[in-house]
Ligand binder design. Structure first.
Ligand SMILES: *[C@@H]1O[C@H](CO)[C@@H](O)[C@H](O)[C@H]1NC(C)=O
Ligand SMILES: *[C@@H]1O[C@H](CO)[C@@H](O)[C@H](O)[C@H]1NC(C)=O
Ligand SMILES: *[C@@H]1O[C@H](CO)[C@@H](O)[C@H](O)[C@H]1NC(C)=O
Ligand SMILES: *[C@@H]1O[C@H](CO)[C@@H](O)[C@H](O)[C@H]1NC(C)=O
Ligand SMILES: *[C@@H]1O[C@H](CO)[C@@H](O)[C@H](O)[C@H]1NC(C)=O
Ligand SMILES: *[C@@H]1O[C@H](CO)[C@@H](O)[C@H](O)[C@H]1NC(C)=O
Length: 811
């Protein structure tokens, strides 16, 4: 079919375009007569007069899947601008016919109708130079049907998108099926980008425009026009532009460039241009000049769906506009040929029925700056990274944690993953250890047994007494373990491993004299002795330690007892307890050597010198939680229950990262070794001691709860338990005052001059209420430390506290 000259007037006036779209065709004098046909075998197609566009079959898949399409015919890629059967490729042997009765029909080799436009009988058809294919009426050549009214994923210059029309992205780069995204001018006149999914064509979440425009409203308009000056605008019927989607700003001309706007398979609406063949540049490509939304990775975010990438994968913007989807470490593409299907674990998944295996069969792998910002099933505000890790490792539901300002736990499948802007955040993905087989309880048990044997074996070399102790510990732990959860068994393993690595050392007294330069620098002093700074030579490194020389009273404890207790205490291992490095038991000398805590004691921080800055409210909240967790461990989680008996700010130390740790927790045990549970001699420090000390009642863990309550009030208020009222030089008890403020509804008084706390009165109130429960006169009314932790974390409601007053006035 020889091309006939087309009196080319490429673009029509906007008014024609807007009001009389059907008159476009009147410009054409190049027709496809009735009875014409195209087949997949013939290379023929119906060309536009300029030859720039062709209507015909394009082979898409190697095995012979054909698309009936309009293509840019003069560029090598033959880019598809429109297609008829994108969800339904036809095989070789298919045929397109403009029947003698005036119908355009696509049939497959069996003669089945695959596609046919909904139109009255036409007298002829035409492929126009705009890229529009039209069916025309006989009498006045008015347009009966045009490809422009049923766009696929692309708009061409002069094309309009009417209300209710949409572009639907391809499924993938090479698959022309309807995919996951649509660009639509809705019937409510709103213009949106939506997530969708063929064949379910309902609009899913919208991801552009990102926020409401003027006056809290989206821009509304009557149609979207790709106008003559190559801008894409949302306009009103009278031509007023209400919202420019792409404003070409008089850029490249249509004489020198092809233009198109395509909703790409990645969900990005792009404005492309391609230099026309004028002989010069040979290496030509479509370049994306403008695009929306600015960041597809973060734009596609909603309360359902996987986000810009598939489930379990995460999105990263490359070259400023292209989303790259990647699988987390340990994960692989579910379908290697289809990224959008997301990722799956490349390991046997967690099995919640095998509780024991979880904690050591899995590990967490760091993914810096990767974030999954939605759908946490649990979150913790005051967790350290370590706690966050443990929390996920010990939870068979947990697939990943994001650690940043919070610890956020996530289940599978993960959605909305992206490389975040916040470099302080990272994701930790849980993967099965590479050489761990799918665990069965049987296998796990064997492994644990082995660990214990190794421990016992190595210890045998050192001391046989130690062996007996360890065996006893193991047995008692084993007994405990039976009715405890996996957290306990994890703690058990931690402890075992720790004993192996920690090398609780027995020092000679002279060694410690050397380390402390004859007990030169005092770090602090407590009820049971004085603490000195020391430096231990440790291979090539020097290690700072705190060396505590116990008073003579303590040394009355028999050697055997001292060592046994030290070993037990040395066996405790919790991040909120100061670690015991070693001890010395020589003659009358009883010395304990601890890890050095560079930030000193909480007392120093809270009530230190005037002008010294106090820890901020959030740090204080964190410290409270840390101390509480340390106490839970002493009370409930170590092999033998330990009551501290002297919880106070002086005994809470802070390491270089401001992690709070309880110190001196073993001293109580050492002192108590020879004593009955009712004590005549009051221990502890005035203001922090529970009333039962004075009442000949038995001493339980609740005495620590009481002291913790006082400490908590001090943390909230940054004041000491005995605050001297400057005005009248009267000592008032902080607890007393706090309750007054609380019951008078004047909590703000407690945290005056503390902006952060003032702005967080809700948490201040919660903490004060918890503290008031802890200092109840009746030990039975005080919550156990475990419950205190839950209340501090906010996972348990804090009821209105009773008045602890009766007790306070008795002191
Ligand atoms: C169709 O055209 C291609 C290149 O455009 C050519 O390689 C092929 O031989 C042609 N086939 C037929 C049947 O004309
Ligand atoms: C042209 O024909 C169509 C039906 O094919 C009819 O609806 C229309 O009125 C006709 N127009 C003129 C100008 O005759
Ligand atoms: C394109 O993707 C759709 C959706 O996954 C699939 O059903 C179809 O078979 C694919 N087509 C081709 C040609 O691969
Ligand atoms: C096309 O759109 C631009 C930008 O919105 C506008 O300035 C221009 O007037 C429009 N062109 C025509 C011919 O309407
Ligand atoms: C177009 O219509 C809008 C609202 O109907 C109106 O505000 C605007 O002034 C009109 N513009 C013109 C050029 O008539
Ligand atoms: C498992 O792998 C780790 C490190 O890759 C290695 O240290 C350990 O010995 C391995 N364990 C077994 C049982 O192969």
């Amino acid at each position: 079919m020889a091309p006939v000259q087309f009196q080319s007037k490429l673009y029509f006036s906007l008014s024609l375009l807007l009001f009389l779209p059907s008159t476009i065709t009147s410009q054409s004098n190049r027709n496809v007569p009735l009875g014409s046909s195209l087949t997949t075998e013939s290379n023929s197609s119906w060309l536009s007069p300029s030859g720039e566009f062709a209507f015909g079959f394009q082979q898409i898949t190697p095995d012979g899947g054909y698309l009936l399409a309009i293509v840019f015919d003069e560029i090598p890629e033959r880019t598809v601008a429109w297609s008829a059967n994108r969800n339904n490729l036809v095989p070789r042997g298919s045929k397109l016919e403009l029947t003698t009765s005036g119908h355009l029909v696509l049939t497959d080799p069996s003669g089945r109708h695959v596609w046919s436009p909904n139109s009255d009988p036409a007298s002829h058809a035409a492929m126009l130079d705009t890229g529009n294919f039209v069916l025309l009426a006989a009498n006045d050549s008015s347009t009966l049907w045009e490809s422009f009214q049923e766009p696929a994923d692309t708009l061409l210059p002069t094309q309009t998108l009417e209300q209710g029309s949409q572009l639907i992205a391809k499924y993938s780069k090479s698959n022309h099926s309807q995919g996951r995204f649509k660009f639509i001018l809705r019937r409510d006149r709103n213009l949106f980008l939506h997530v969708t999914h063929y064949p379910e064509m309902r609009a899913g979440i919208s991801y552009w425009p990102p926020t409401t425009a003027v006056g809290g409203q989206y821009y509304t308009g009557d149609r979207v026009v790709f106008n003559q000056s190559l801008s894409l605008d949302l306009i009103l019927n009278n031509g007023t532009v209400v919202f420019p989607v792409f404003n070409s700003n008089g850029g490249s001309s249509s004489r020198d460039f092809y233009h198109r706007v395509t909703l790409d398979y990645d969900g990005v609406l792009r404005y492309y241009e391609y230099p026309k063949s004028n002989g010069q540049s040979s290496n030509k490509v479509w370049s994306s000049v403008y695009f929306k939304p600015p960041n597809i990775c973060t734009a596609v975010t909603g309360d359902m769906g996987s986000g810009a990438c598939g489930y379990n994968s995460y999105c990263e913007l490359v070259n400023d506009q292209y989303p790259k989807c990647s699988c987390p470490p340990g994960y692989i593409l579910k379908d290697s040929s289809d990224e959008s299907k997301g990722c799956i674990p490349d390991f046997a998944p967690q099995d919640c029925r095998l509780q024991e295996g979880n904690s050591d069969a899995f590990e967490l792998v760091d993914m810096p700056a990767v974030d999954w910002p939605l759908y946490d099933y649990e979150s913790f505000e005051f967790y350290t990274e370590d706690m966050c890790r443990q929390s996920c490792l010990s939870d068979c539901q947990c697939a990943l944690v994001v650690y940043g300002k919070f610890c956020w736990k996530k289940k599978s499948p993960l959605s909305n993953g992206r490389v975040g802007d916040d470099k302080t955040e990272k994701s930790l993905v849980k993967v099965r250890r590479s050489n761990s087989t799918t665990s069965s309880p049987h296998v796990e048990k064997k492994r644990k047994g082995l660990v214990v044997i190794i421990i016992i074996g190595s210890v045998l070399l050192a001391s046989s007494a130690f062996v007996i102790l360890l065996s006893a510990m193991f047995l008692s732990m084993k007994k405990k373990k039976k009715n405890q959860d996996s957290a306990a068994s994890r703690a058990f393993l931690d402890r075992q491993n720790d004993l192996l690595s920690r090398n609780l050392r027995s020092f000679a007294y002279c060694e410690l004299e050397l380390a402390t330069e004859r007990f030169k620098e005092v770090l602090g002093s407590g009820a049971s002795g004085i603490v000195y700074r020391g430096v231990l030579p440790n291979n090539n490194q020097r290690r700072l330690v705190a060396v505590k020389r116990l008073d003579n009273t303590v040394s009355e404890i028999k050697d055997q007892e001292f060592e046994t207790e030290v070993r037990v205490i040395g066996g405790t291992n919790h991040k909120n307890l100061v670690k015991l490095v070693g001890f010395c038991n020589e003659g009358l000398h009883r010395v304990l050597v601890y890890e050095f805590m560079s930030n000193g004691s909480l007392a120093g921080l809270l009530f230190g010198e005037e002008g010294q800055s106090r820890p901020n409210w959030y740090t204080r909240m964190e410290i409270a939680c840390a101390v509480a967790r340390g106490l839970v461990y002493l009370h409930e989680e170590c092999s033998t229950q330990i009551i501290h008996c002297d919880i106070k700010p002086q005994n809470v130390l802070l390491d270089e990262s401001m992690m709070a740790k309880i110190s001196d927790f073993g001293i109580a045990k050492l002192l108590k070794a020879n004593q009955t549970r009712t004590m005549t001699k009051i221990r502890g420090t005035r203001g922090y001691v529970a009333p039962e000390w004075f009442r000949n009642m038995s001493i339980t863990t609740k005495v620590d709860v009481y002291s913790f309550g006082v400490l908590l009030l001090e943390l909230v208020c940054c004041r000491s338990k005995l605050e001297t009222e400057a005005a009248n030089e009267v000592e008032v008890f902080l607890a007393n005052w706090a309750y007054e403020c609380y019951s008078d509804g004047q909590l703000r008084k407690l945290v005056e001059n503390d902006d952060e706390a003032m702005n967080d009165v809700e948490n201040v109130e919660r903490f004060v209420k918890i503290a008031l429960w802890c200092i109840q006169d009746d030990p039975c009314l005080r919550p156990a430390m475990k419950k205190v932790v839950h209340m501090l974390e906010g996972s348990v409601h804090v009821p209105t506290p009773l008045d602890p007053e009766s007790f306070i006035s008795n002191i």
